[in-house]
Design a protein around this ligand. Structure first.
Ligand code: SAM
Length: 210
């Protein structure tokens, strides 16, 4: 997106929540690969999607420092929960401090480990799931998540354009290959509706049919 267009969009969008602004800044100061964090525009989109669905239960794969979890939690119904799974246990305390500051401390449950191993054991059905872990594992995540999302429920998958490499079928990059394999799985899956939104690095919206 060119800078003029980006500036226009920012000027015509609700300003970033100061807690999220601080979380984004601290993520960039303290952590490696800070560009993994969701930012303001995509975060606002996640918040809107969640507010439109009004989920009781949300599942997230890939907490990182917690930006997307906070955005998604804003649409939860009273008493609703967001379960977020993260492989790297060094991130948990930092993310938790922001969940508490955002007033979502009691709504967001953090789990540590490999999402594809944890999800089959969850005794819950979800209205909304967000896939944002290791790109090489997206197909595994989708298979696990699909079983736990109710018919009529939604699955979102981030980075599905992978900087344009999603269209480079001959790529040898393992993460791009993971995304290409995932996109093909979604394209040919018969029991879902799907739409790619070209926001940031591409977000696929998926609805599980009855
Ligand atoms: C792109 S970041 C997530 C960004 C986060 N959703 C946000 O908006 O700030 C991906 C995260 O997934 C985690 N991850 C990688 N493989 C995983 C797995 N198998 N299960 C759970 N988390 C995983 C990584 O450690 C990393 O923190």
């Amino acid at each position: 997106m060119n800078r003029k267009l980006e500036q226009f969009i920012l000027e015509n969008t609700t300003p970033e929540d100061p807690i999220l602004e601080d979380l984004f800044r601290q993520t960039h100061i303290r952590f490696v690969n800070p560009n993994m964090s969701t930012g303001h525009i995509q975060g606002k989109l996640l918040e809107f999607i969640s507010m439109m669905i009004k989920p009781v239960n949300i599942l997230e794969i890939g907490t990182f420092t917690g930006y997307s979890a906070i955005c998604l939690s804003k649409g939860l119904q009273d008493g609703g929960k967001l379960i977020t799974i993260e492989l790297n246990d060094e991130l948990a305390d930092f993310a938790r401090s922001y969940f508490v500051r955002a007033g979502a401390g009691s709504k967001i449950i953090q789990m540590n480990g490999k999402a594809q191993e944890i999800i089959p054991g969850l005794d819950l059905m979800f209205d909304l799931a967000f896939i944002d872990g290791d790109k090489r594992e997206y197909c595994e995540y989708f298979r696990a998540v699909y079983e736990k999302v109710r018919p009529g429920g939604f699955i979102l998958a981030d980075n599905v354009l992978w900087g344009g490499q999603a269209m480079e079928m001959q790529t040898t990059d393992p993460q791009a290959k993971g995304i290409i394999e995932f996109n093909e799985m979604i394209r040919t899956h018969e029991n879902i509706d799907k739409l790619i939104i070209p926001v940031r690095d591409g977000l696929t919206l998926i609805m599980k049919k009855a």
